[in-house]
Write a protein that binds this ligand. Structure first.
Ligand code: GRF
Length: 204
C-alpha cells in the first residue's frame, strides 16, 4: 500500500476528487494516511475529519524556526508511514528538509499550462486574470513534481481547456477546476505505480 499525505490550505476540492477516485477503485494501492493543513479553518481539514481520516494542523507559526517546524512535520509523516506527498491547494512553500526527504515524491497541481502562468504570485484567481489579460485562447491544468522553485518541477500530465471570449476569471477558473478534478487522480495513478515499485524494491 502506498500511503500518501495530502497538504492543503483551502476548500479541498482536489482532495475530494482524489478520495472519490480511491473509493471508486481507480487508485488501487493508494491510501490517504494523513491530511495536513497550515490553516485550522480549512475546508480540507473538516472534510478529512468527516471522512474519518487522520488530520494535522501544522503551521510554522507554532514553532521557533523552520528547522523545528520541518523536524516536527517529518517526524509525523514518518510516524504515519507516508511515502509520498500530494499538494492540493497548499499555499505555503514546503520546507527544504521535506523537499529533500521526499525528492520526486511530491506532486502539485497548478491551474494553468506550465511553464506559462506559474511562479511567485501566480495562485488562485490571479492565474486566470493573467491568462485573460494575455489574450490566451487556451488554458488548462498541470500536475508536476515539486522542487525548490515554485511551479517548476517535471510535468507529469497537462490538460487543455478553451478560453472563451466571454470568460471572466471566475468562469475560466471553474472550467479549469473541473479538469483538475479528473487530471489529479489520473496523474497520481500514473506515478503511484512507479512509487510503489520503488518501495517494494527498497523493502526487499
Ligand atoms: C486549485 O485550483 C489548484 O490548482 C491550486 O489551488 C487550487 C486548490 O483548490 N493549486 P482546492 O482546494 O483543491 O479546491
Amino acid at each position: 500500500m502506498l500511503s500518501i499525505a495530502v497538504f492543503g490550505s483551502g476548500r479541498g476540492s482536489n482532495f475530494r476528487a482524489i478520495l472519490d477516485a480511491i473509493h471508486a477503485g481507480n487508485l488501487p494501492g493508494v491510501s490517504i494516511a494523513l491530511v495536513v493543513s497550515n490553516n485550522s479553518d480549512a475546508g480540507i481539514l473538516s472534510f478529512a475529519r468527516e471522512s474519518g481520516l487522520p488530520t494535522l494542523h501544522c503551521s510554522q507559526k507554532q514553532f521557533a524556526d523552520e528547522a523545528a517546524f520541518s523536524r516536527a512535520l517529518l517526524e509525523t509523516l514518518q510516524a504515519h508511514g507516508i511515502k509520498a506527498i500530494v499538494l492540493a491547494g497548499y499555499m505555503k512553500k514546503l520546507p527544504q528538509a521535506l523537499i529533500t526527504a521526499y525528492r520526486r515524491r511530491i506532486l502539485n497541481i497548478h491551474p494553468a499550462l506550465l511553464p506559462r502562468f506559474g511562479g511567485k504570485g501566480m495562485y488562485g484567481i490571479h492565474v486566470h486574470e493573467a491568462v485573460l489579460a494575455a489574450g490566451e485562447t487556451e488554458s488548462g491544468a498541470t500536475v508536476h513534481l515539486v522542487d525548490e522553485e515554485y511551479d517548476h518541477g517535471e510535468v507529469i500530465l497537462q490538460r487543455r481547456v478553451p478560453v472563451l471570449p466571454i470568460d471572466t476569471p471566475q468562469t475560466l477558473a471553474a472550467r479549469v477546476l473541473e479538469v483538475e478534478h479528473q487530471l489529479y487522480p489520473e496523474a497520481l495513478r500514473q506515478v503511484a505505480g512507479a512509487w510503489s515499485f520503488a518501495n517494494s524494491e527498497r523493502n526487499t
